[in-house]
Design a protein around this ligand. Structure first.
Ligand code: SAH
Length: 241
């Protein structure tokens, strides 16, 4: 099997002739599940060195080693877009993280808002979902999933040069669009099932970098809204050229 169908994220430098040791679960996946053996080729990326075709030189049950042969893609950074969202039910939160990675978010940031139901997230699990999505979609970059933080705190420390696309369900059906905004550093904000509180809305409206946007004439679920908002942003300001 030389056609390198398997794509794997590794936390190791990649370069011509570089040897890459495998972790136990990776060895299990490649040699146990995918049944690859010495001589097989797979694709590797690490979020910084682009994508490399690599050959299996050692295949064991719990360990293994690959050697990089040639670069197959340069590193392609996504636009500087943060997706900020209030976590909802587990499966839907997983969906948001997976889609954000596929859609080209640079950073995925769960926030706790007044009406957020969940008070905890498993950051490591969500990060693993982002890795899997990057492996699957051909991306060479893995967005960082940050820990849950309070929306108020994030807004209080908001970086001056970053624009905020605030998707506000109170604008449902209105004509509020992204309009003629410029690219650069951006964030998209999606609320929880319960929406934003009046106090949060006031605060967001008062922020000088806020662009209030309506996502059509229907109220979308948060997971749908996240994908819709990223589509609009990528199409008008991002890398969908
Ligand atoms: N329970 C709320 C809806 C929350 S929908 C209500 O009935 O009003 C979850 C999130 O998706 C919202 O906070 C908002 O960020 C986004 N959203 C959903 N539909 C939207 C729309 N038509 N316009 C703008 N944002 C929307």
């Amino acid at each position: 099997m030389k056609d390198a169908k398997v794509r794997l994220y590794v936390e190791h430098p990649l370069g011509a002739g570089q040897s890459v040791p495998l972790e136990r679960d990776q060895a299990h996946y490649l040699f146990g599940v995918m049944r690859l053996s010495v001589g097989a080729h797979i694709l590797l990326f690490n979020g910084t060195d682009g994508e490399w075709r690599a050959e299996v030189v050692q295949a064991g049950k719990r360990a293994g080693e690959l050697v990089c042969v040639e670069q197959t893609k340069p590193l392609q950074m996504p636009p500087d877009l943060w997706l900020i969202f209030a976590p909802i039910k587990k499966a839907r939160t997983d969906f948001i993280v997976e889609k954000a990675a596929e859609m080209g978010a640079a950073r995925i940031m769960p926030v706790q808002t007044e009406f957020t139901n969940s008070e905890r997230i498993r950051q490591d699990r969500l990060q693993a979902h982002a890795v899997e999505a990057a492996e699957q979609c051909g991306g060479t970059y893995v967005p960082e999933v940050t820990n849950l933080q309070k929306l108020d705190k994030l807004l209080a420390e908001w970086p001056e040069e970053r624009q905020l696309m605030f998707c506000d369900e109170a604008e449902v059906g209105s004509a509020k669009r992204l309009g003629a905004a410029e690219g650069g550093k951006w964030a998209i904000l999606i609320g929880p099932e319960g929406g934003f509180s009046p106090a949060e809305r006031k605060r967001l409206h008062a922020h000088p970098q806020t662009h209030v946007v309506a996502l059509g004439p229907r109220i979308l679920r948060a997971d749908t809204a996240a994908v819709a908002a990223m589509t609009i942003w990528q199409q008008s300001l991002g890398d969908w050229v």
